[in-house]
Design a protein around this ligand. Structure first.
Ligand SMILES: C[S@@+](CC[C@H](N)C(=O)[O-])C[C@H]1O[C@@H](n2cnc3c(N)ncnc32)[C@H](O)[C@@H]1O
Length: 235
């Protein structure tokens, strides 16, 4: 927001009712054996945070939260939670949701590496992964959000049959994700290597509107001429 520096935004965000910023001590284990422990909100997002029984959808690596906010506007009967480690980015989405009175949109500031500490079995209905870092260096491959290390974590809390959506500009990550789906026997529901040229016309108006939400990074990559890829799958 113009006129506010990072520290001012962080201070303001501490009072945001729609944002959870866990302290490390909330998830750090108390004994040497127990390295981490579940966060107090685990199993309680619907009752305590959103205060309704509606489905819960995550946006992982949400940045400024364009999908969480965009979907929240369109589906008031679902809850959307954007997850990212960068507070200055989350601030933008959280402030927009508050200003627009979107009580079904919230944000969680954490490393996604700890994501299974936050949700109970079957607590999450759907996951969006929007333009994640492709982690191209060899020693970073295990950090890819569609890799086995992460899908094993998602399995712990995603409802059976729950959909995962990936949008990316990156060919390596797109091909890697398709290989992961095949190797681990996940169910590929739909994929296209060029959403706006070859894919989006297959869908009805409603889905086109959803897939057409553009995040900050999608706008940047599209302007640079990258094709947008989209994969929809189940674990
Ligand atoms: C390329 S940006 C995309 C942001 C947004 N989804 C968009 O499309 O504009 C990737 C985002 O993922 C976040 N991220 C990457 N790895 C993460 C991790 N392990 N835990 C939490 N956030 C992560 C980064 O902080 C960053 O905001």
């Amino acid at each position: 927001m113009p006129g506010k520096n990072k520290l001012q935004r962080f201070a303001e965000m501490k009072d945001f009712k729609n944002t959870v910023e866990p302290k490390l001590k909330e998830i750090k284990g108390v004994t040497g054996e127990e390295k981490f422990k579940p966060h107090p909100m685990k199993g309680k997002w619907k009752n305590d945070f959103f205060q309704n029984p509606n489905p819960l959808v995550l946006e992982l690596g949400c940045g400024k939260g364009e999908y969480s906010v965009g979907l929240g506007r369109k589906f008031p009967q679902k809850n959307f939670l954007g997850v990212d480690i960068k507070g200055a980015r989350i601030y933008v989405g959280a402030k927009t949701a508050l200003d627009e009175g979107l009580s079904n949109v919230g944000f969680l500031r954490t490393r996604i590496d700890f994501i299974d500490l936050f949700f109970e079995t079957g607590e999450v209905d759907e996951i969006w992964i929007t333009f994640p870092d492709p982690q191209l260096r060899k020693n970073r491959i295990r950090k890819r959000l569609t890799g086995k290390l992460f899908t094993d974590r998602y399995k712990k809390f995603l409802k059976p049959g729950g959909i995962i959506h990936l949008k990316t500009d990156n060919t390596t990550l797109y091909e890697y994700t398709l290989e992961e789906i095949e190797e681990h026997g996940f169910e590929l529901v739909y994929e296209t290597d060029n959403l706006y040229e070859k894919g989006i016309t297959h869908f009805d108006e409603d889905v086109r509107e959803i897939l057409g939400i553009k995040t900050h990074y999608e706008t940047l990559f599209s302007e640079q001429g990258f094709n947008i890829k989209y994969i929809k799958f189940k674990l």
